[in-house]
Design a protein around this ligand. Structure first.
Ligand code: IVH
Length: 707
């Protein structure tokens, strides 16, 4: 963890290093100094990006720093060290993953499913320890692929899969590409010579969705859930491919720690699990420090588990429960373990998100790119509190591979906000009445014969004016990730299309409001609101417009990359495929797709038409600001501030990319306290929210404020 002062220093250093040119460096002495500084700032920016998910520089600036480091290390190879950030991407293919013995066995956890199970667990712990009330530490149970990491003298030397619990596979090279795993962590400062840490490799839910979307567009089978995606990615033989998957690692248990004389530090120097997590977090790991709660007695544990079960969908990673651990590590030996699990911990599993149901029918939908997707209509079934009545069957290959038929009973999984998915067909339930699924030869919307391009798994309608495609493109343009036009959802778009009001995207900005007013279901007020949100969309940041164009393979992340490198969207018509490929994470397929889009006159015409209609296609001042130092941070103010009004202070936070809200919750990062604070202060203290004085807040922001 970095103190605010240290962060400031590193940001200043970043600014300085961004100006350094390789030609300015005259000798190895000077190179050494710059190389060390570069490593320090890159580590810091990796931490902001990969651990906090709140970067303070643009990808472009990051790449510039990284490239300079690579160039200097090429020029002066004697300066390369194994913990340099450049050593993360191994170039060689890993032929195999040799077996490696864990320092401590990787045990599993006992499961519990309800309050009674937890009460039983507590009773056993109290009996074995003789305590009246036990202090527990409760944290999320991450649903990914288990790993064990070993650090020697602070250096990450080995990482392994779980394997059979005693011996795992050595996947060090692949793990080195995960930037939330520090290559060096200052364990020696705490007298720790050798340490083994357990954790879980995960993929964020939104990224998982994107990966699956891309896989589908490339004709590859999608992953069933984020866990499979993470586990599969870890075992890829090419570390470069692994690096592309956006994997992250949470660490949640120190299983072995000794000093230089071989003395065990667990339970002696590292006394509590909550302290171990804090230590890992402080040393730059992604550890559940903010998520963890120390609970006095089992009732607090139960309440905290229930709270998380309700909130699980709002968490960016897939969780399958909570883990309850006795907080005092010195009690572990007394509690002991079975061959399967320790007696000092238990998993509290959330309600299952699988259910069986029957396929009633299959319909075929046409997407905005013309892809025809088979969708199964299901006998409605509740999964994790949501009624599921249809599920995508993805493509013809998926149906063949799983041998899905109309009338089949299927096992359906719905993981968080991830779309429902058919895990398997329950073949035992077949009656012989099931019917095969037949793909249509013509587009169900416009009748054009469908085609399957070589190398693709999907059938497509290639008529760009196909009504279904036009409607989907407009819906996508107005959607939350793109131009975010509230009030212009699926049903309204369809209705306006049928009425002839909305035949193309630019028509959104030419809607005949007087006619709409007369439609059934539209009042003065709702038309006014619609008009307002359409007007507001004209000034969205340009990356949203790029997303909204619906270019194949260009989701919101790629759109942001493009936006960072241009001033106006229309400029993209002058970019070559080669130039596009120089941008971070844009390969040939994506670059070609962007090039093709901007070489279709109809598309370029549409962009100019939008511009003419008042849609912003060029960046404004705000978008040019690179230092979003408060990005991802939520602030709450309480009491009277002497610098300015509360509104002004909130404005400052927002101008630097942060969020200002009215009340304290566990999502709040900082509470800024002015004179005579209200009850928010107490709540923040209870929740462990960081509290800042007015001066501390101003110190944090003042140098970024534009006068
Ligand atoms: S503690 C000896 N903490 O869940 C106990 N495990 O189903 C060490 N898991 O094998 C494990 N989140 O791979 C622990 N916060 C967490 C966890 C966690 C996920 C995994 C772990 C374990 C499995 C058991």
């Amino acid at each position: 963890m970095y103190t605010p002062e240290k962060e400031k220093e590193l940001i200043q250093l970043t600014k300085k290093l961004l100006k350094v040119k390789i030609e300015d460096i005259k000798d190895i002495q000077q190179a050494k100094e710059i190389v060390e500084q570069l490593r320090e700032v890159i580590r810091y920016h990796d931490w902001r990006y990969y651990v906090l998910a709140s970067p303070v520089i643009s990808d472009y600036e990051y790449d510039k720093l990284f490239r300079l480091l690579v160039e200097l290390e090429e020029k002066y190879p004697q300066l390369i060290t194994p913990t340099s950030p450049t050593q993360r991407v191994a170039s060689e293919l890993t032929k195999e993953f040799p077996p490696v013995k864990h320092l401590a066995p990787m045990l599993s956890l006992e499961n519990s499913y309800n309050e009674e199970d937890l009460l039983d667990f507590d009773r056993r712990v109290r009996e074995l320890t003789g305590l009246e009330q036990v202090e527990y530490s409760v944290e999320p149970k991450f649903d990914g692929a288990g790993i064990a990491l070993v650090y020697e003298d602070g250096v990450f030397i080995r990482g392994a899969t779980r394997g059979d619990g005693t011996v795992g596979e050595d996947i060090t090279q692949n793990l080195k590409t995960i930037k939330s795993i520090p290559l060096y962590a200052d364990f020696p400062k705490y007298g720790i010579k050798t340490i083994e840490i357990r954790g879980e490799v995960l993929i964020r839910k939104d990224l998982f969705k994107k990966i699956n979307q891309e896989r589908l567009e490339e004709g590859l089978p999608p992953f069933a859930n984020p866990r499979n995606a993470a586990a599969g990615s870890l075992r890829l033989q090419d570390p470069k491919e692994v690096a592309k998957r956006g994997l992250e690692a949470f660490v949640y248990q120190i299983t072995y720690a000794v000093d230089k004389d071989g003395n065990n530090l667990l339970g002696t120097k590292i006394k509590k699990h909550s302290e171990a997590i804090e230590l890992l977090y402080k040393l730059g790991f992604k550890a559940p420090y903010k998520e963890l709660k120390v609970c006095k007695g089992i009732q607090e544990v139960i309440d905290y588990c229930n709270l998380w079960e309700k909130e699980r969908d709002n968490y960016p990673y897939e969780l399958d429960g909570m883990v309850v651990k006795v907080n005092d590590i010195s009690l572990y030996p007394k509690l002991g373990m079975t061959s399967h699990h320790p007696r000092w911990a238990i998993a509290y599993k959330f309600k299952p998100r699988q259910a069986t149901t029957k396929i009633l029918d299959v319909v075929f939908q046409v997407g905005r790119t013309g892809a025809i997707t088979p969708v199964a209509k299901l006998e409605p079934v509740e999964i994790g509190g949501v009624i599921v009545s249809s599920v995508s069957l993805i493509n013809e290959d998926f149906i063949k591979e799983k041998d899905i038929r109309i009338g089949d009973t299927v096992l359906v999984e719905r993981a968080g906000d991830v779309i429902p998915y058919i895990v398997k067909v329950i073949k035992e339930a077949r009656t012989g009445e099931e019917k095969p699924i037949v793909f249509p030869k013509n587009c169900p919307s416009c009748g054009t014969p469908v085609v399957k391009l070589p190398g693709e798994a999907v059938w497509r309608c290639v008529n760009a004016n196909c009504p279904a495609q036009v409607i989907e493109r407009i819906i996508y343009f107005a959607s939350k990730d793109a131009m975010d036009i509230r009030g212009l959802g699926r049903a309204i778009v369809k209705r306006f299309y049928q009425l002839g009001f909305l035949k193309s995207i630019p028509d959104i900005y030419r809607l005949p409001y007087d006619k709409i007013k007369q439609l059934e279901g539209f009042g003065e007020k709702s038309v006014e609101n619609l008009k307002k949100s359409i007007e507001a969309s004209k000034n969205r940041p340009i990356h949203r417009l790029i997303t909204g164009l619906g270019i194949r393979y260009v989701g919101k992340i790629t759109a942001k990359t493009l936006a960072e490198h241009i001033n106006c969207v229309e400029e993209l018509k002058d970019w070559t495929v080669e130039e596009l490929m120089k941008l971070p994470d844009i390969g040939e397929i994506v670059a070609t797709s962007i090039y093709d889009f901007f070489h279709n006159q109809q598309n370029v015409k549409m962009i100019y038409e939008l511009k003419e209609l008042g849609v912003k296609t060029c960046k404004d001042k705000k978008e040019e600001s690179q230092l979003d130092i408060l990005k991802g941070k939520t602030f709450v103010f309480t009491g009277t501030l002497s610098c300015c009004s509360r509104e002004k202070a909130q404005e400052i936070v927002e101008s630097l990319g942060g969020k200002a809200t009215g009340s304290v919750s566990k999502k709040t990062d900082y509470l800024v306290v002015g004179e005579k604070p209200g009850s928010k202060l107490k709540k923040a203290q209870q929740l462990g929210v960081k509290i800042l004085s007015e001066e501390e807040f101003l110190d944090m922001v003042k140098e970024y404020l534009k006068t």
